[in-house]
Design a protein around this ligand. Structure first.
Ligand code: HEC
Ligand code: HEC
Ligand code: HEC
Ligand code: HEC
Length: 179
């Protein structure tokens, strides 16, 4: 019994610690990622992102279609200023208070929307042997990154047409080249 309580206490403490670490992180913006993730032989993640719908997600809120949706919903502000829309159309959901000078929500749905706010891991994660440390510092990758999609691709989206991971991932796939 006592062992069980100790185990639970340690687990709970650990959860709080890892949450606290990630919560302290600041968004740094895509320019920081581009430095190392743009070259063709490095997987081109930045170029692929830049051409994707995610990079235009904030701009979409200024479209006529968005104005129409906002009106139908009875929103009192334009879509591009409404929390109801920013929630999914920008990194940090329009409420990121811990933003770095280099972060601009107008970049839309960026790397950090799926990989986590990066101030705590942007340098360390570049070395393979640091992976565990980087994940502890807030890097979201692999299966954990796949799970982020449906936090936005769901029925709360006014234009939701369904979501199939494999089909959608194929449009934005950006793996590192195999060595
Ligand atoms: C200083 C260069 C550098 C910067 C800046 C950088 N990265 Fe990386 N990143 C790397 C390298 C090198 C790797 C490959 C590490 C390895 O071999 O495991 C990597 C790997 C990754 C991975 C894969 C991790 C894994 O093992 O699954 C992700 C995700 C990632 N970076 C995201 C980002 C994001 C997001 C940013 C911007 C906030 C960023 N990186 C900025 C160099 C960098
Ligand atoms: C922070 C919210 C958010 C997350 C997380 C997110 N998306 Fe998106 N995604 C959007 C928004 C918003 C759009 C619409 C952008 C636009 O058209 O302006 C979109 C559009 C797309 C599109 C383009 C769809 C089309 O019809 O061409 C693809 C593909 C896509 N997302 C794939 C993914 C995948 C795969 C994941 C998870 C790995 C993911 N998204 C995670 C918000 C998100
Ligand atoms: C729960 C997350 C979420 C919310 C909230 C949300 N969106 Fe979106 N939005 C998305 C996703 C994801 C897509 C990509 C569409 C798809 O492939 O299903 C999208 C796409 C769009 C598109 C492009 C549709 C198309 O067919 O090209 C418009 C316009 C849009 N959203 C406007 C808005 C407006 C205006 C609001 C606020 C009233 C809003 N969205 C709120 C997630 C969201
Ligand atoms: C919409 C969500 C989303 C966005 C935006 C996004 N990524 Fe990813 N990324 C993922 C997912 C999911 C994976 C892992 C897929 C897998 O493991 O099958 C991944 C994989 C990676 C990998 C490769 C890991 C490996 O093992 O090869 C790197 C590097 C990376 N991302 C960097 C970036 C950078 C840099 C940006 C921005 C320029 C970015 N990503 C934008 C979701 C995203």
């Amino acid at each position: 019994m006592r062992i069980a309580i100790t185990v639970v206490a340690v687990l709970v403490a650990f959860m709080f610690v890892s949450d606290a670490v990630a919560a302290d992180n600041k968004y740094v913006g895509t320019k920081t990622c581009a430095m190392c993730h743009k070259a063709k032989d490095k997987g081109e993640a930045f170029t692929i992102w830049q051409k994707s719908a995610h990079a235009g997600a904030y701009k979409t809120l200024a479209s006529e279609q968005s104005a129409k949706i906002a009106k139908e919903k009875g929103l009192t502000k334009p879509a591009s200023e409404s929390p109801e829309c920013l929630k999914c159309h920008v990194t940090g959901g329009g409420v990121a208070t811990n933003v770095d000078k280099t972060f601009d929500m107008k970049e839309g749905v960026t790397c950090e929307a799926c990989h986590g706010a990066a101030s705590g891991f942007k340098t360390t994660h570049a070395k393979k042997e640091n992976k565990a440390k980087a994940v502890e510092a807030g890097l979201i990758t692999g299966d954990a990154a796949k799970k982020t999609c449906e936090t936005c691709h769901n029925k709360q989206s006014p234009t939701f047409k369904g979501f199939k991971y494999d089909e959608y991932w194929a449009k934005i796939a950006h793996m590192l080249p195999k060595k």
